[in-house]
Design a protein around this ligand. Sequence first.
Ligand SMILES: [Zn+2]
Length: 163
Amino acid sequence: LEMTLEMRAVIASQACLMILELDFSSFKGWKELIVYPGALKVQRTVTDEFGISHEQASPLSGESWQNGPLILSWDDVERDSYRRHPGSHVIIHEFAHKLDALNGRVNGMPPLHPDMPVEKWSKTLSTAYEHLQQQLYKRKQSINPYAATSPAEFFAVLSEYFL
Ligand SMILES: [Zn+2]
């Protein structure tokens, strides 16, 4: 895939949404972006509800590696950038994971502003995450159910809706 100036600007400008009111040090430690023309085909081992492991090929729109590259599918970037559909934005999602990973763990709690109490963040995030779990149990979720897979995904999906 040959990256044009426009493609670079599309990705960079949206990545910067994540660090408005912050600075570029918010992406410290990260330096590599890989852009595929289309979905990434990833082979993974998944365990079903009976405890049986299966090899499964999954198409991904992006991936953020802790201490590694951020990977995007240009097809998905283009879809998300030029059409409006809340809760589906691969650039925001993957860069949210990069922010989340800054304190060494990808757990839904990025480094906070100095005036933001950790306890308040944790309690608010946990309460909202539990609420989503209950909504899913009742099959009444109002956001992308992928957010319920972990607190890290919850933070990334909520960032998509917020921005
Ligand atoms: Zn994710």
